[in-house]
Structure formats: C-alpha cells, structure tokens
Design a protein around this ligand. Sequence first.
Ligand SMILES: C[S@@+](CC[C@H](N)C(=O)[O-])C[C@H]1O[C@@H](n2cnc3c(N)ncnc32)[C@H](O)[C@@H]1O
Length: 278
Amino acid sequence: MNERLADSHRVFDRVSEEYDTARPHYPEALYLALETLSGVRLAGATVIDVGAGTGISARGLLDRGARVVAVDRGERMLARLRARTDCPALLADGNDLPFRAGAADLVTYAQSWHWLDPALSVAEAVRVLRAGGVTGDGVIAGAGVIGGGGAVAGWWNTVDPGKADWLAANQVRLAESCPGYIGPVLPGWSMPPIAAAMSDAGLAVAETWIDWTRSVRLEDFLTDLRSHSYMARMEVDVVTELLARERAELGRVFPDGRLTVPMRVYLAVGRKGQRGAT
Ligand SMILES: C[S@@+](CC[C@H](N)C(=O)[O-])C[C@H]1O[C@@H](n2cnc3c(N)ncnc32)[C@H](O)[C@@H]1O
C-alpha cells in the first residue's frame, strides 16, 4: 500500500476536532437516491459504514432507521463518533473487515473509499454483503430489504465552483498554495473511480449527482478547509496564514459572515446478485 493511503487515518486524527465541527452533512436527496439505486430501504437495514470518521455519514444513516456498524482506522476520529452516537464502532481496516460473510445489507463509504485499496476494499465489501434471494440465517435484517442482494455505495460531497466565481477563485488559490490539493479546479479532476472498481468486482453499477446548497458561517467554512487532508499535512503556521488570507477574501464577498456554497454529491452504487455470479 502506498504511503498516502497507509497513513491517512493519522492525518485525519490530527484534525478530528475541525472535521467534527465543520464538515458538511449530506442532503436528504442523497439518502433517497441511495435507497433507490441500492434497492435497500434504510429503515431496518444493517449497514457497515467504512471510514466512518467522526460519524457524519453514520448519523445520517442512523437517523433514517438503519442499524449502523461504524469502522475506521483513526482512533481520534472514532472517539468523536462515539461521543455523539451509541452505534457499535470498530477500530479496524476497511480492507480487511472483521465481519462474517453475508452480514450486511449495505456497505457504505462516505468520503472515504479513495483512502482504501481499490480492489481489496470492494472485494471485502462484496464478501460481507448478503447475497440475493432468500435471506441467509434470519439474523440479517430481512426487514430492510426491498429486493435483490445487498449493495456497496460510495459518495463524496464536493464544492461546485462552476456555479460561483468567488468559489472558483477560492479553489484556485488553494490549488496554488497547497501542494496536495485535490479538487474540481484541477485539470482532469474526477471523482474517485469507485464505479469501475465495483464493475470489476461483478456488481451492477448505477451513478448519480445531487446538487445542493450549503449555508455556512465563514469561520466554519475556514475550519472545514483546515480539516482537509491536503491542509492537515501542511505546517500549521503556513495554514494559519493561508486561512487569514481566505478570511479576508471571503469576508469581502460575504460581509455578514455567512456563505452560500453551491455543492454537489456524487453517488455510486454497486448491487450484488444483479449481474453474473455475484
Ligand atoms: C474523509 S473521512 C470520512 C468520514 C465520514 N465517512 C464522513 O462522511 O465524513 C475518511 C476516513 O477514512 C478513514 N480511513 C482511512 N483509511 C482507512 C482504512 N483503511 N480503513 C478504515 N478507515 C480508513 C480515515 O481515518 C477517516 O476517518
């Protein structure tokens, strides 16, 4: 495994407080699309949320009635999750899941799959998902099931700089100042190739994009930036200086201190038991 993947949980542990404070939630439409594309009703479904972090995705799933088991390699990220929810939370590697075969209706990666091994992670997800047809031993939640086998889902929130000049300028400044910046203003940028990985694993794949708008205080927007891995890997003094510049630039656009941020979520779902031998 390369170094970037191997130490990502340590990088996020450094900024777990900022992550917990200021990262955006996912819109209602995301959870509706997840149900539609996966064929799994969240209420009553058993969901393994891999790379659960501070629990943004886990709480969204719990709020919709899912039985969530959170998995993450970051101790501090998981501590934040545990402080806010009482769902089971396991310190474990998403490339080597500590669950028996057929244990889940859904395996989710919210903003996390790109930190895992592309092939190992999906193979593990497919292993722990229930197969289509008759539900195994009755322990697994038949109640949440609309039909077919279980499903793997990956999604990512991103800003949408095509919709606002101030946001495009902000992202260009970040791309110029942060060596590890990854985002929509980079030439050739695209979402992580989870759809191809799912297809390679024999799953039937569907994708969608969901537009939404985030209203956020300027200070929280800056804290959110600080929680991104490309900033978490930089010297603190450099980040503080850079965020002071952003505070001034964005303060000119939003003098009342509240930003309206165009956002997009990309969602990819791979269903088991819909194609070939899976
Ligand atoms: C960007 S956060 C996503 C958190 C959360 N799902 C959300 O929606 O905000 C990515 C998380 O993946 C975790 N992670 C990285 N590599 C992992 C691995 N191999 N197994 C499990 N978790 C991992 C990190 O520790 C981090 O908490």
